[in-house]
Design a protein around this ligand. Structure first.
Ligand code: AMP
Length: 223
């Protein structure tokens, strides 16, 4: 039983890592971004409200996100634990989470801003299953960061389900800048919060997921 949070700026790989590490540990990967996008797709009342914030790169109000998250972690598949991706994003959400459940470990993914912007601009997502790809090729000898593109076998088509790949509205350059600013203003305080609790682990991302995933698993298994 392990309950993990992945923290880190947009583009640091929270979604990719949690979706690959969840199955390894046989626990679900819960992304509030995905939960919200599903509401938007289904055109629910909550989805309509959330879309106004999401399209601008702003955070959806805490009460909406906390409600959605609480419902999800109360489902039976979360009994053995879970990985949270994109939640909490504010101190208020972290405190609400403490009332819902106990977190064992927080992994803070780090990547420099300029690399994040390049990576996010190159992200392509499957409209159907949410699988992630990337068309950018990052080779930074000075900082030792190497990220080859993660391309689908057929251009524009998801390998897993055959769905159409697209660029999220909030992965466009103007919105990316806003999302990073929001992250630094609101989400960074969480690093202090979980450091004080003694459960934060730092992880520098400097290569592609095939290389990073075993290292993150080792970090998790080392307790
Ligand atoms: P993500 O897929 O995690 O990058 O989230 C996409 C967008 O969904 C964010 O830019 C926010 O607008 C919204 N969102 C996701 N998770 C949260 C959260 N925990 N609190 C507030 N807004 C969120």
């Amino acid at each position: 039983m392990v309950k993990i949070i992945f923290l880190g700026p947009p583009g640091s790989g929270k979604g990719t890592y949690s979706s690959r590490i969840g199955p390894e540990l046989v626990i679900p990967h819960i992304s509030t971004g995905d939960l919200l996008r599903n509401e938007v797709k289904g055109d629910s009342e909550l989805g309509k409200k959330a879309a106004e914030y999401m399209n601008k790169g702003n955070l959806v109000p805490d009460d909406l996100v906390i409600e959605i998250l609480k419902k999800r972690v109360e489902k039976p598949d979360c009994e053995r634990g879970f990985i949270l991706d994109g939640f909490p994003r504010t101190l208020n959400q972290a405190k609400a989470l403490d009332k819902i459940t106990n977190i064992d470990m927080v992994i803070n993914l780090y990547l420099p801003d300029d690399i994040l912007i390049t990576k996010l601009s190159g992200r392509r997502v499957c409209r159907n299953c949410g699988d992630n790809y990337n068309v950018t090729d990052i080779k930074d000898d000075e900082r030792g960061i190497y990220m080859a593109p993660l391309l689908p076998k057929k251009e524009g088509v998801c390998d897993k389900c055959g769905g159409e790949l697209y660029q999220r509205d909030d992965d466009k350059p103007e919105v990316i800048k806003e999302r990073l600013e929001v992250y630094y203003q609101k989400t960074k305080s969480l690093i202090d919060y979980y450091t004080e609790k003694g459960i934060l682990k730092q992880f520098n991302v400097n290569a592609v997921p095939d290389i990073m995933v075993p290292k993150i698993l080792k970090l998790i298994r080392s307790g």
